[in-house]
Design a protein around this ligand. Sequence first.
Ligand code: TYM
Length: 334
Amino acid sequence: MLDGKKVLFSGMQATGTLTLGNYLGALKNWVTISDEYECFYSVVDMHSITIRQDPSELRKRARSLLTLYIAAGIDPEKNCIYYQSHVSAHAELAWILNCYTYMGELNRMTQFKDKAQKHADNINAGLFTYPVLMAADILLFQSDVVPVGIDQMQHLEITRDIAQRFNGIYGDVFTVPEIYLGKAGAKIMSLQEPEKKMSKSDENPNASIYLMDDTDSIIRKFKRAVTDSEAQIVYRDEQPGIKNLIDIYCAAAGKTPEETVKEFEGKGYGEFKSAVGETVAGILKPVQDKYQELVKDKSYIDAIIKNNAQKANYFASKTLRKVQRKIGFPDKIR
Ligand code: TYM
């Protein structure tokens, strides 16, 4: 609890270009629920370096992501939007938690296995302990809730395990966080291979809708989306392409699968795909326009970066001090 409100933490990596999956699975929900919580939204640039990054590109992307958070509708006066690397307590707590996390637990992480396979020439220790840094992010703010897409579920479970283990030894140090999944859109699939998650790192640009794609590209990509030859708009696992388009439509238009199936009953795939494309383009356009306006205001964004880093540091260092005392680190002499 902070100022009588429950605490929310979430973050995104400053790698690649945000996709519709990131938006519908996370960012859009952040905006919807932010009023109810004291929120911390981080640009997790420290996680990004588990994969080799071009330094100037990383800096650019981090700023652009932070700006996108605001463009998507998160009020930076009311919510703490900041760079993870500006709050050193993330790294300090991650080190401590590393000593309370088992190799066996980390070995089970499917995202580690996937990334290790994709980046076989750079399976670094950071990639392996990535979930521990994530646990540090969340526990540092005594977060009650963490809105993410389904792909982060395993990382949330290990965070809860680490928190409970730590509390079991030292008493109630950490709040054990709950995962928050949106009603729709928690797992958006590739438009070209609907059995695969839509991902920033997909090499095929037609597989993903990027947040900054223009209306024509969005509509074109949906038209090309892989479906099937069943010729019926039904929400079922046997038609993964159509199921994904229904999920996207539901998340974008705020409808349920039943309502969507009814709305398009008897209609062709072409008509349905156009409707999905137009709806998605319609919700992204205001975000894109706002983004273009914000990037011009350098001093405004700079002020947010500065003020929010101070705020995040203040709360994070409180938890860190508590943890350090519990485990027996000597007090600083002031
Ligand atoms: P990242 O940057 O890969 O993704 C950011 C958010 O987008 C969600 N997401 C999706 N949701 C639905 N469908 C998809 N296809 C899809 N792709 C991505 C993710 O679930 C996530 O919510 N490790 C995290 C970042 C992180 C974090 C944290 C999150 C670091 N520390 C602490 C929460 C709390 C990551 O790489 O997300």
